[in-house]
Write a protein that binds this ligand. Structure first.
Ligand SMILES: NC(=O)c1ccc[n+]([C@@H]2O[C@H](COP(=O)([O-])OP(=O)(O)OC[C@H]3O[C@@H](n4cnc5c(N)ncnc54)[C@H](OP(=O)(O)O)[C@@H]3O)[C@@H](O)[C@H]2O)c1
Length: 249
């Protein structure tokens, strides 16, 4: 396991699913974590599960600049620094429409949730700590950035932009801050459950490594990219998908 001893990380949208898996992986590797989500009570329970001495939940909407500044400040006040940022929050509203027919307001919400929040969290973390002290960032993307799927609508477009945003930020924030991306395949979470349950055989059949992903699979990849073991890696998108992108079935 890589070591993140002495580092403090902030993971957005992390009371459940992949975000919680990432927070767990970072705590297991020695980091303190601040996790965010909108549901205060559930976030408190999630932080307690990670260990109250190592984790702090700050509730708020990922789009809200006041919440972003408060979460960055809370990390510094409680743990003394904010070295690592994981832009995990994301998702989409499945409306079953093709992109040509999609509701433009919903399209904007998806772009905002996946892409614009990544920018504004980087701004808050940069001005609050990273710009002066350095650190590392990982953005969470999806293999939907490379696949044109029915009902993918704005989601794949937003995630493809997250991949390029990663390269842009990596170039701009070097040498003090490294910026990388993890592009995940299907991981069973509340987000994907409606598309996976009852179709497990088909989903697993499309994955060469023959299993659905776990939040810990993404967590381990994120931990590596945030760690000093990746100190000469920046602007990279690491695909973590059990091999799903290797074929076109
Ligand atoms: N699951 C997959 O197969 C998969 C594959 C590739 C990429 N991804 C990406 O991985 C990331 C996490 O996905 P997931 O499957 O873990 O999603 P999820 O199960 O839907 O969890 C989303 C988390 O984000 C929080 N959240 C949602 N909207 C928020 C907002 N506006 N402000 C603050 N917190 C918010 C939710 O908590 P609250 O409801 O309490 O706010 C929840 O903790 C996303 O970027 C997704 O696109 C997922």
């Amino acid at each position: 396991m890589v070591s993140l001893n002495g580092k403090t990380a902030l993971v957005t949208g992390a009371r459940t699913g992949i975000g919680f898996g990432i927070a767990t992986a970072l705590v297991e590797r020695g980091a303190n974590v601040v996790i965010t989500s909108r549901s205060e009570d559930k976030l408190r329970t999630a932080a307690a599960e990670l260990g109250d001495d190592r984790a702090l939940g700050i509730a708020g909407d990922a789009h809200d600049p006041e919440h972003q500044r408060a979460a960055v400040a809370a990390a510094i006040e409680r743990f003394g620094s904010l070295d690592l940022l994981v832009n995990n929050v994301g998702g989409t509203e499945r409306d079953g429409r093709r992109l040509v027919d999609t509701d433009v307001a919903a399209y904007r919400r998806t772009i905002d949730l996946n892409l614009t929040t990544a920018l504004t969290w980087v701004q808050a973390a940069w001005h609050g700590w990273l710009g002066e002290h350095g650190g590392a960032i990982v953005n969470i993307s999806s293999i939907a950035s490379k696949l044109a799927v029915p009902d993918g609508t704005s989601y794949g477009t937003a995630k493809a932009a997250v991949n390029h945003f990663t390269r842009q930020m990596a170039n701009e924030l070097a040498p003090g801050v490294r910026v990388n991306c993890v592009e995940a395949g299907t991981v069973l979470t509340d987000f994907t459950r409606p598309n996976v349950e009852g179709r497990e055989e088909k989903v697993v059949g499309s994955v060469p490594l023959k299993r659905i992903g776990k939040p810990a699979d993404v967590g381990a990849a994120v931990a590596f990219l945030l760690s000093d073991d990746a100190s000469w890696v920046t602007g990279h998108t690491l695909v973590v998908d059990g091999g799903r992108l290797l074929h076109n079935r």
